[in-house]
Design a protein around this ligand. Structure first.
Ligand SMILES: [Zn+2]
Length: 271
């Protein structure tokens, strides 16, 4: 544990980030956080093949090449099969410093229905006006295992392309993956963790609101009462302003979440 006067190392933040994501139900035994190496931009860090909550030391962290997701050290412990999600995003978007892939249950209904995930609360404006959806079935080749996992560079490249915006060089922060989950990117571990947590939270709120609205609409239709107002989503100006607000305030929740993780005896951080 570091004192307030010490800046935590990327390794320490990385392990804590994994614990926070587990604590908030964004990761369970599956899903993963990665971070670009702070000095070597063509390298990224990921856990070895264990549940993220159990990460506890530098020995649990493996360095991979952005180029092809191969381990820098051939004697590294086994890693996750889906690390191509991360390598292809780092390759395509140099500004991205951290990636999270999650199977959070609250997101899944939005990946298998025609309902779009849209920002409906002020902490989720970063989602933007449109959250792209990736359907892996459009990209399978003959030799691919059809288990919905991103098992190679080709599938990772198709997924990473979904983050691109047509109108400029910026990128979407979140992409939904059919029947599987979502992937989120950030300018650092703190930002990607923030975005992952509030993406899942927005999905819970939106689903509850749609359910309420459907109930209200059904009852007013039955009684002939005045139709119910449609859901309020953030408009364009609110999306811009709330995105800025959460960018400058990201350390407030992060510092709380660090303390929550440190206070939970399930998690160990020996860095
Ligand atoms: Zn996955």
């Amino acid at each position: 544990m570091s004192t307030d006067s010490e800046k935590p190392s990327v390794y320490q933040n990385f392990i804590t980030g994994c614990h926070i994501l587990h604590h908030h139900g964004v990761l369970d035994a599956y899903g993963h956080l990665s971070v670009r190496h702070p000095e070597k931009k063509d390298i990224f860090l990921m856990p070895r093949n264990i549940a993220p909550a159990l990460l506890s030391s530098k020995a649990d962290i493996v360095e991979y090449r952005v180029e092809d997701a191969s381990p820098v050290d051939l004697d590294s412990p086994p890693g996750y099969v889906e690390r191509f999600i991360h390598s292809e995003i780092y390759k395509k978007y140099p500004a991205v410093q951290s990636v999270i892939h999650s199977h959070a249950p609250s997101i899944l209904p939005f990946t298998i229905t025609g309902v779009d995930l849209r920002p409906c609360v002020h902490m989720s404006g970063f989602l933007g006006k449109h959250v792209p959806k990736f359907n892996i079935a459009e990209y399978y080749s003959e030799e691919d295992v059809r288990d919905l996992l991103i098992r190679n560079q080709r599938l990772g490249n198709h997924l990473s392309a979904c983050f691109s915006k047509e109108t400029n060089t910026s990128h979407h922060p979140v992409v939904l993956m059919r029947g599987h989950g979502f992937t989120v990117v950030g300018g650092g571990i703190e930002e990607s963790v923030f975005r992952a947590i509030y993406t899942a939270e927005n999905a819970r709120i939106q689903t509850a609101s749609l359910t309420l609205q459907l109930t209200a609409t059904t009852s007013t239709t039955a009684t002939g009462a005045h139709p119910v107002q449609s859901l309020y989503y953030l408009d364009d100006s609110e999306i811009r302003a709330t995105t800025q607000m959460t960018q400058w305030s990201v350390m407030r929740p992060w510092n709380l979440w660090v303390h929550e993780a440190e206070a939970n005896p399930l998690y160990t951080n020996n860095v």
